[in-house]
Design a binder for this molecule. Structure first.
Ligand code: E4P
Length: 230
């Protein structure tokens, strides 16, 4: 079980790497945009290389920015060439349900030896098929599944059972975190990895009662010192 960080912000990656908590980083075009990565491919390259260097040997996921199959393959080769620990996100299908993405993912893994993170997955059945196609990671969007009115815990459980049963190597990453409780709940349900946004990861650490308890220790230590001086 592992926690990845779902961000494109260098400061956040550095902060949680320094704490020794995270075992990888995931991005997508929307996350990079929110993280201030504007300026097209050159900006994506610069930020991706920075993050990959910061976290190596842990993996970084970088998503292709096109749904045209030949261009997806070209971009994937380019992204994977930026650093050894970069894997390439390919969406499970195109915006109109185009199926070429599966062929692309299969080709990248089997012919070009590029690790694929099949992404934008909403169900256990998509996880199974992505794993069968040879993806190294299958990314199930837990928060989005819940937002559609389904319980993503059930999808995670089913996905893990079928992957284990068929001895498929794909690791299930559950992303789209919305609440602090998602993390342990999804790992417990069978996720190999949960990718967490920085705000929630910080929220997992800081607890009001821990604050109060630490303050009590500090106050009592000071009182004990004062008694010694008296
Ligand atoms: C992770 O790999 C996903 O890209 C990410 O968690 C999606 O999150 P969102 O549903 O908040 O966009």
């Amino acid at each position: 079980m592992a926690i990845f960080l779902d961000t494109g912000r260098i400061e956040d990656v550095q902060k949680f790497m320094n704490m020794g908590i995270i075992r990888g980083v995931t991005t997508n075009p929307s996350i990079l945009l929110k993280s201030g990565v504007t300026g097209g491919p050159a900006a994506i390259k610069k930020r991706s290389i920075e993050i990959a260097n910061l976290i190596k040997p842990y993996p970084l996921s970088v998503e292709v920015t096109t749904n045209d199959p030949p261009q997806m393959i070209e971009q994937a080769k380019e992204f994977a060439g930026w650093a050894e620990n970069i894997n390439v996100k390919i969406t499970v299908h195109g915006p109109q349900g185009e199926l070429d993405n599966f062929e692309v993912a299969h080709l990248l893994e089997k012919k070009f030896d590029i690790r694929v993170n099949m992404t934008a997955i909403m169900s256990a059945q998509q996880c199974l098929l992505g794993a069968l196609a040879g993806a190294t990671y299958v990314s199930l969007f837990g928060g989005r599944v819940n937002n559609m009115g389904y319980n993503c815990v059930e999808e995670i459980r089913k996905a893990r059972i079928v992957l284990d049963d068929q001895q498929l190597k794909a690791k299930i990453i559950v992303g789209s975190t919305r609440e602090i409780l998602n993390v342990i709940e999804w790992l417990e349900a069978g996720a190999h990895i949960v990718t967490v946004v920085p705000e929630l990861l910080q929220g997992m650490i800081v607890h009001p009662y821990s604050k109060e308890t630490v303050q009590m220790f500090l106050d009592d230590a000071r009182k004990a010192e004062e008694k010694l001086k008296a």
